[in-house]
Design a protein around this ligand. Structure first.
Ligand code: SF4
Length: 355
């Protein structure tokens, strides 16, 4: 979330929000800014953590209300997936916080944070900082679930993998995308030759080290006819994966740019993945569906749909007003509506077992 503090001359800093009367107190030196001078002040709460730049532009790193901490290491990535919701510009210019500031942020997180995600871009592309962050998270939050989002390619390198294992938090799960059952398909989606081989090696390294693995399959026009084979490959090569998440598209960045090559309606995507989902469940692997509105999914699968879109990005078409399961439905990304008019089927009678 971006905020703007007018007339702010405090210098670049990391602060924990403290609301005092009608002012925002910034940091320990007592400097405060009237709420009336902050664009977006209504979104702030006590305990939020902000980074504020010289020009007064602030970004909320942590929301104390949500209690979920994202540790963003870098926007850079060594792949350039055709459906990535990040744009080329963002990938090329988003470096993340300086090392000391990011480590200070980890120190500032409250002890009762419920969930921690280490993310990017590709977080391992700042390898020394990445390992320091993992080590600090392991020391500060030894009992917490930590999710690492990575394309896995760095974890195929044995020397780096050994250092990674040394610094891992105890309750780590690593989420790695697999876009195809073959190198040809996977690499055509990542647009990074050799990435399939590296991701495959990383998944095997992780499973051999007994680190829980979540495999993410983003469904596009390029792979939707291969989902059965992808499920077969997972069952055969990564049978101890903790879960497989099928993921619907967020139409921004590369995904918006390459829209006609990649976009698939939600219902069509669900129908294409149904037998792959059944296969994985029959093989004892957990499955979840991310970014799928409930009416695009058969009622028997509602239990595995997750409300995965961040609250500030969720939108519903007008027709949803009459839907009886709207409160349970994760809706659509805001960006979907700039590209398509999604079809919805308001549910008039609860058919599923979600409650
Ligand atoms: S009609 Fe709207 S609220 Fe109801 S399931 Fe579909 S998208 Fe969700």
């Amino acid at each position: 979330m971006n905020l703007f503090l007018r007339d702010y001359y405090g210098g670049t800093r990391l602060v924990r929000v403290k609301l005092v009367g009608q002012s925002l107190c910034l940091g320990e030196d007592g400097y405060s800014v009237p709420l009336a001078q902050i664009n977006g002040a209504e979104y702030l709460g006590n305990g939020d953590i902000l980074t504020i730049a010289e020009d007064g532009v602030a970004f909320r790193l942590y929301s104390n209300q949500e209690h979920d901490a994202a540790i963003f290491i870098t926007g850079h990535c060594n792949s350039n997936c055709i459906m990535c919701p990040t744009s080329d510009g963002e990938r090329q210019t988003s470096y993340g916080l300086p090392d000391e500031a990011l480590l200070a942020y980890v120190d500032m997180l409250p002890a009762d944070v419920t969930h921690i995600a280490v993310t990017g871009g590709e977080p391992t592309l700042r390898p020394a900082l990445f390992l320091q962050v993992m080590s600090k998270v392991a020391a500060r939050f030894p009992g917490k679930e930590v999710l690492l989002l990575t394309n896995g390619r760095s974890l195929s390198v044995n020397s780096f993998f050994a250092k990674f294992i040394e610094n891992c938090p105890p309750h780590l799960c690593v989420a790695v995308p697999l876009h195809g059952d073959t190198a040809e398909l996977h690499d055509c989606i990542t647009r990074a030759p050799g990435s399939f081989k590296q991701t495959d090696r990383a998944l095997k390294n992780l499973l051999q080290a007994n680190i829980p693995v979540e495999i993410r399959v983003v469904i596009t026009k390029l792979n939707y006819l291969h989902l059965g084979q992808i499920a077969d490959r997972i069952i055969e090569s990564y049978p101890t994966a903790r879960t497989v998440n099928f993921i619907g598209l967020e139409t921004r960045g590369n995904c918006a740019k390459n829209f006609s090559q990649v976009y698939l309606g939600h219902r069509k995507a669900f129908m294409a993945m149904k037998s792959a989902v059944n296969k994985l469940i029959a093989a004892g692997i957990n499955v979840s569906l991310y970014n799928f509105p409930l009416c695009s999914v058969d009622a028997g699968y509602w239990e595995i749909c997750r409300r995965s879109i961040s609250p500030e990005k969720i939108r519903y078409p007008k027709a949803c007003a009459s839907c009886q399961v709207k409160k349970l439905c994760g809706g659509f990304f805001n960006t979907t509506f700039s590209m398509v008019k999604p079809k919805v089927r308001p549910i008039q009678k609860e058919k599923g077992s979600l409650s």
